[in-house]
Design a protein. Structure first.
Length: 171
């Protein structure tokens, strides 16, 4: 299996050199086999255009061919994180506060691993960073989820999120 942390370290300088921020590096299994998924964004817009993805894909592909960090055959996918994006970095939790989110933990907390609600932001708790979420389960309770226990997190597509991600119209 590929060492994703090592691959991330190889890819990040290339992404930064192209003027983008690296959002996620992940190996996923698809119908056609393993795929190395690289998500990046333009820090000014939070998105990437198709030609930007193409240019970045070529640069990453050249490095991967040279370094050969993945033993098995795989496909490379370079994309924008999209509107209902994964939240992978501490700054994502602060930036997207106020929006709906789904979070899965690596191990249960209070008897559950999945949480859905409104993202309230990032805090420091018990010596580490934690994400505060106002639950949608009818309790209205706020929970504090330690970042080091988050397995997956993504925004939920809503009208408010769509409005927040639309380019501003010039008058």
């Amino acid at each position: 299996m590929a060492n994703i942390a090592a691959i991330h370290e190889l890819i990040e300088p290339i992404v930064r050199e192209q003027g983008f921020d690296l959002v996620r590096v992940k190996m996923i299994n698809t119908e056609v086999g393993p795929t190395l998924q690289v998500m990046a964004e333009d820090p000014a817009t939070g998105q990437m255009l198709i030609d930007q993805c193409t240019t970045l894909s070529r640069a990453i592909s050249e490095m991967l061919d040279e370094e050969d960090p993945i033993e098995e055959e795989y496909s490379l996918e370079v994309s924008s994180p999209g509107i209902d994006r994964p939240l992978t970095r501490a700054k994502d939790y602060a930036l997207w506060a106020g929006h709906k989110v789904k979070i899965g933990l690596t191990e249960p907390m209070d008897g559950r691993k999945k949480f859905q609600g409104t993202l309230l932001g990032l805090e420091t708790a018990d010596g580490g960073e934690a994400v505060r979420v106002k639950l949608e389960d009818g309790s209205g309770e706020d929970v504090l989820l330690p970042m080091n226990r988050i397995d997956s997190a993504k925004l939920v597509l809503t009208d408010e999120l769509l409005a927040a991600t639309q380019p501003q119209q010039m008058n």
